[in-house]
Design a protein around this ligand. Structure first.
Ligand SMILES: Nc1nc2c(ncn2[C@@H]2O[C@H](COP(=O)(O)OP(=O)(O)O)[C@@H](O)[C@H]2O)c(=O)[nH]1
Ligand SMILES: [Mg+2]
Length: 313
């Protein structure tokens, strides 16, 4: 949206010039835009610019709200992702030991639910989401997307797959989920893949499928939400990943190379604070140690300053 905005603002400048030229040369028989058409053109672009500005403002406000809520509470956020029926709500219940309605209807979890979970003396916010649906009714797309956006604000994503389905289906769903997460701008967030419903298939089949998926999934864990099998393994994996998170900050001079770098950081890490001055930008972010190290190297290439803060709460 920001790129679109910049393009439109540039177009608006040209449009204004067109209006000026059209007015200057307005005489019968002159080729090109009349001043009326040029004005309409200019106003149309202005309107688009305003719409985008409004949308961006809303996004920012929402993001800030979430951030504030989270920082206020001081807990790391985990969200469940995956197709409907994969077992997200069941896993959510098993982990929170509370009951939200579980059934096969499409809309049980259309509104997102967030609860507190506690293990190893640490508290986390766990969010259940509506999940991906193949042929989504048009009228629901917006609501669907806004619930999916929750995943952007999380520190960890648990991608739930139904391991009892045919391997081709699992792979297809896994790919679509990863693609969607990427499109949401959440691909930098660490992910655990919960291979659910192992109670429905034989041990041999489980092993075979795990082998097929190992390369294609991030941090796969075999479990059964319904039978509460391997939930401890999942909790351990969550702790392992989240305790690893580091917070760091850097500043880089605003050169041509800085902007692509900044958008890369936005895409890959969790930005906590960002401050633009005339000639530099300061950023506080959170990421896995590997990513933070990549950021450090790029900052040094750009002649910036990099500093690691203490571990996150
Ligand atoms: N056998 C079995 N069924 C499960 C398991 N987890 C979920 N289910 C069932 O799968 C269906 C969908 O589960 P739900 O949690 O609503 O999926 P969601 O749409 O991803 O939230 C329900 O009928 C659950 O009882 C599991 O580990 N084993
Ligand atoms: Mg559900």
């Amino acid at each position: 949206m920001q790129i679109q905005l910049a393009t439109l603002q540039n177009e608006l400048k040209h449009a204004k010039e067109k209006v000026r030229l059209a007015k200057m040369r307005e005489q019968p028989g002159f080729m090109g835009l009349g001043s009326y058409e040029a004005d309409v053109y200019k106003e149309a672009i202005k309107l688009q610019v305003q719409t985008i500005l409004k949308k961006l403002k809303k996004i920012r406000e929402k993001r800030i709200l979430h951030r504030e809520r989270r920082t206020e509470l001081g807990f790391l956020a985990i969200s469940l992702a995956g197709y409907t029926n994969a077992g997200k709500s069941s896993l959510f219940n098993a982990l929170t030991e509370e009951t939200v309605r579980v059934d096969k209807s499409l809309f049980t979890t259309l509104s997102t639910t967030t609860r507190m979970v506690e293990f190893s003396n640490r508290k986390f916010l766990l969010t259940d989401t509506v999940g991906f649906i193949d042929r989504l009714p048009l009228s629901l797309i917006e609501a669907f997307h806004s619930t999916l956006e929750e995943t952007i604000y999380s520190d960890l994503i648990i991608l739930v797959l139904d391991l009892s389905e045919p391997i081709e289906t699992i792979e297809k769903k896994n790919n679509i989920c990863l693609e969607t997460i990427d499109r949401l701008g959440a691909s930098g967030i660490p992910t655990i893949t919960a291979l659910n419903k192992i109670d429905l298939i034989s041990e041999a089949e489980t092993k075979q499928k795990l082998k097929a998926l190992e390369e294609k999934t991030q941090n796969p864990i075999l479990l059964s939400a319904k039978c509460q099998t391997n939930l401890d393994l999942l909790r351990q994996e969550i702790l392992k990943i989240l305790e690893n998170y580091v917070q760091a900050q850097f500043s880089v001079p605003l050169t041509n190379k800085a902007m692509p770098f900044i958008s890369w950081v936005h895409e890959k890490t969790d930005i906590r604070k960002e401050n633009f001055t005339n000639d530099s930008v300061q950023v506080v972010f959170e990421a896995t140690p590997e990513l933070a190290e990549q950021v450090r190297r790029k900052v040094e290439e750009l002649n910036g300053k990099f500093e690691t803060n203490s571990k996150t709460k």
